[in-house]
Design a protein around this ligand. Structure first.
Ligand code: FPP
Length: 256
């Protein structure tokens, strides 16, 4: 990477698996199988580039309405990932978590998740989170309910709501990448994405490479992020002469 990576929390909507498979006259689930093998490459690249948190949308609350065979395939791929990547996750000190409603997953997969979460809970490396059975609106509703149950009658603020989210330590999203060509955020990390940079690529997830991921981060790192303010150099230039000019402009606009 040519310069320091400033994007601490990167979130990805791994879209386009079904279309990738259909375009090759395969069943949609083949796209998920191929897509799941891309996940570990991107995790490794994110770690190499100094990303602190990587959150991947693996299964949304809306995905429950997909055909049973597809839902079951996604469950199986999650289990396979946990079995296959466990050693590498531990070796690289990655802190692993799943966020969302996992209650309908098979018990053996839930056990694998719980095991890996507790084994890695004190690791200081990349925070890898799979959003599974996850919906951004549901997360906000859960955060509000958690807060009001604990603090009846108290007023909610942005700060306390942020602290009541599923994984507040992940912080705001700096960059959302969506593969597959659609330009939507699809109920993903709605609260955390308020000031995220958005990047949409036509590449379907099974074709997404470490190289493209690195190029996207390089490009977005050069964007100026103002968070609703003006750029730093201008605010520093706001000298008394500029303030005087502004006063005159305002007076003439107000007809004084
Ligand atoms: C969207 O593609 C993708 C998903 C619904 C699931 C993403 C899952 C994976 C990448 C594999 C699972 C991997 C692990 C490790 C859990 P789509 O089916 O909506 O594609 P389409 O828009 O072309 O139909």
């Amino acid at each position: 990477m040519s310069e320091v990576n400033k994007l601490k929390h990167v979130a990805i909507i791994m879209d386009g698996n079904g279309r990738w498979a259909n375009g090759r006259s395969h069943a949609r689930i083949w796209g998920h199988v191929r897509g799941s093998s891309v996940v570990s490459n991107i995790v490794e690249e994110a770690d190499d580039l100094g990303v602190k948190a990587l959150t991947l949308y693996a299964f949304s609350t809306e995905n429950w309405s997909r055909p049973l065979a597809e839902v079951t395939t996604l469950f199986k791929l999650l289990k396979k990932f946990l079995l296959k990547e466990r050693k590498r996750i531990i070796k690289n000190q990655i802190r692993f978590k799943v966020m969302g409603d996992t209650s309908r997953l098979p018990q053996d997969t839930k056990d694998l998740i719980n095991g890996l979460e507790s084994e890695t809970s004190n690791f200081k490396g990349l925070k890898l989170t799979f959003a599974f059975g996850y919906g951004g609106r549901q997360e906000i509703v859960d955060a509000v309910n958690a807060f009001t149950e604990k603090n009846p009658g108290e007023k909610l603020t942005e700060d306390v709501l942020t602290k009541s989210l599923y994984n507040p330590e992940l912080g705001d999203v700096d960059l959302l990448i969506r593969t597959g060509g659609d330009q939507r955020i699809s109920n993903f990390l709605l609260w955390q994405m308020a000031y995220a940079e958005l990047y949409f690529t036509e590449t379907k997830w099974p074709d997404f490479t470490r190289k493209e991921f690195r190029q996207i981060l390089n490009k977005v790192n050069t964007r100026e992020r103002r968070f609703g303010q003006i750029c730093e150099s201008i605010s520093l230039l706001e000298t008394s002469s500029m303030a005087e000019k502004n006063k005159k402009i305002l007076e003439s606009a107000m007809g004084k």
